[in-house]
Design a protein around this ligand. Structure first.
Ligand SMILES: [Zn+2]
Length: 342
């Protein structure tokens, strides 16, 4: 596997993405206007919900004649495993989704995250956070945002960063709400102080944090559209604030529904969510899986076996049924993949 963590963007003025035109040329040398991405964390196998989100991102970019790229979000080196990433890449390829550019691994991109931190520090919007887990747990008495997310209340604001500090680094969120239009959810408006509060950008254990890596990499990869699970809707405003502070373009967003188990539980290892290999071991073929995923995304009238390529002509965000919570098609998909809990 070609490990390309070190893919060129520099945080220097207007040329920070390398050549913008080079970024936007696809393999045929034509200008691609859309660049979509899928960015799994290699902390587990991709279950049917993850595969559905991946397919939605692929269909959205490809149906516009754009590029689709894959990024491995292994910035948390304590939790991620390279062999899981390799399996995720293989599973996506088996379903017909192959990155149009070399796969980016966040674990190799520390110098770009460091440069972004320096850019933010020069603007005076970073501070050292010495809060312990216990401190943060005490803050949990504050009102929770959606999904139980606890905003950081900024109690360390104003603490200077020093070279020697072992403290975590946070971004002082500017005041103000952020508005964006979500392809599925429609017009959105959020005050990120209610959801994340000042986000962590660099952790005390030396790892760069999720929000920083995502925003830097979406900029570096020239991403124009972000399709991801709606559990991440609530961090969008925070990430848009970071894009602004770093002078990056704002991509379009589509937050797709998560696939729940038939009993309503969130899919995950604990609920026996199957990976591609386990599905195949149960006698389910790849074309059947693709057909069911395509049906659940509104591309087909019936879940017939097919290829990802064959879904392209039927894909439109207006047909994706995720506006209604627990749509009939999503429920049918969940029942199909979890017959043992029917
Ligand atoms: Zn703190």
């Amino acid at each position: 596997m070609d490990r390309l963590g070190d893919m060129g963007p520099l945080w220097m003025g207007r040329s920070r993405f390398g050549s913008a035109m080079e970024q936007k040329r696809n393999n045929q040398g034509r200008v691609a206007h859309s660049i979509g991405r899928f960015a799994p964390s290699p902390t587990g196998i991709l279950h049917v919900g993850n595969l559905r989100t991946a397919l939605a991102s692929w269909l959205s970019a490809k149906s516009k004649g754009g590029l689709w790229v894959l990024r491995i979000e292994d910035v948390d080196r304590h939790r991620c495993r390279a062999e899981l990433a390799e399996r995720q890449i293989d599973d996506l390829a088996a379903l017909g989704m192959v990155s149009d550019r070399p796969v980016i691994w966040q674990s190799g991109r520390g110098k770009y995250y460091q440069e972004a931190l320096a850019t933010l520090q020069a603007q005076g919007c970073l501070y050292a956070c010495s809060c312990t887990r216990k401190d943060l747990a005490m803050m949990a008495s504050a009102p929770h945002g959606e999904d139980g997310l606890r905003p950081y209340l900024g109690s360390c604001r104003g603490r200077a960063l020093t070279q020697a500090t072992a403290d975590a680094v946070r971004f002082h969120l500017p005041e103000g709400e952020i508005a964006w239009v979500d392809e599925i959810l429609g017009p959105q408006q959020d005050d990120p102080h209610q959801f994340t509060g000042d986000p962590l950008l660099h952790r005390r254990d030396g790892c760069f944090a999720y929000h920083l890596a995502v925003v830097v990499d979406d900029g570096a990869q020239g991403i124009t559209e972000i399709v991801r699970g709606n559990d991440l809707r609530c961090v969008t405003a925070t990430q848009i604030h970071l894009q602004k502070a770093l002078g990056l373009n704002h991509p379009a967003y589509a937050h797709v529904a998560l696939v729940a188990a038939p009993n309503g539980a969130r899919l995950g290892k604990r609920h026996g969510a199957l990976g591609l290999q386990e599905m195949q071991a149960k006698g389910i073929s790849i074309p059947e899986i693709v057909g069911w995923l395509g049906y659940s995304l509104g591309c087909l009238d019936r879940p017939e076996p097919c290829t990802a390529q064959e879904l392209l002509s039927g894909f439109s965000w207006t047909r994706v049924p995720d506006r209604e919570p627990a749509s009939a098609r999503l429920q049918a998909l969940a029942r199909w993949i979890s017959p043992q809990t029917k």
